[in-house]
Ligand binder design. Sequence first.
Ligand code: ZN
Length: 213
Amino acid sequence: MIALLQFLGLAECDCLSCGSTFRGREQGFICESCLQNLRPYHPLDYSTSLDYVSSYRVYGLYEGALREVIHSIKFNGVKSLAFRLGQIIKGHLWEYIEEVHPDIVTFPSLNLRRFWGRGFNHVECMLQGAELPYLKVFKRVDLKPPLARLRGKDREIAVSGHKLKEGFVDFLEGKRVLVVDDLLTTGSTIKRLAYLLLSVGAEEVHAYFVAKA
Ligand SMILES: [Zn+2]
């Protein structure tokens, strides 16, 4: 019933960020004024370098409304909000693109359980919202090795399970690649992806994150 009312734009919803009550059809759980108030955060601290990554850029901090938006997309599966977030970050993302001139834009693949649970790749929806063409060069191989027997880096690699699609291995040689992801936390995912790209001859890897934890 709530879903139907929401679809018709009649359901009332409390904004997860500011608490105000609003009606919205595709809004998800965040009110319009909170969305409109999202701005790139600066100055952002870029003193931490990421192994194998030539440069990176972050839209905002993972707090306040931005945190609620990302949370709603990932855990409540609000696809329209992912698209909308793409529209919001569009200007900032394109500015970075003018700086680094990537040949290819791509994003991490979700593991199958997450993908089927949510039904969409939220970063892909954001890129569509930002009107940025992309290629899907990664895939996930969710092997389940006996993790207890693996240590340190081996364990990290086994857990991440990110791989390049075979068809892109030759194609990536000499390319400047921009990887877009939602959240920068420890950086272990982007380092792994950048390592994979460089290992097949990519010239440079740059990264863009919607938020930094
Ligand atoms: Zn609000």
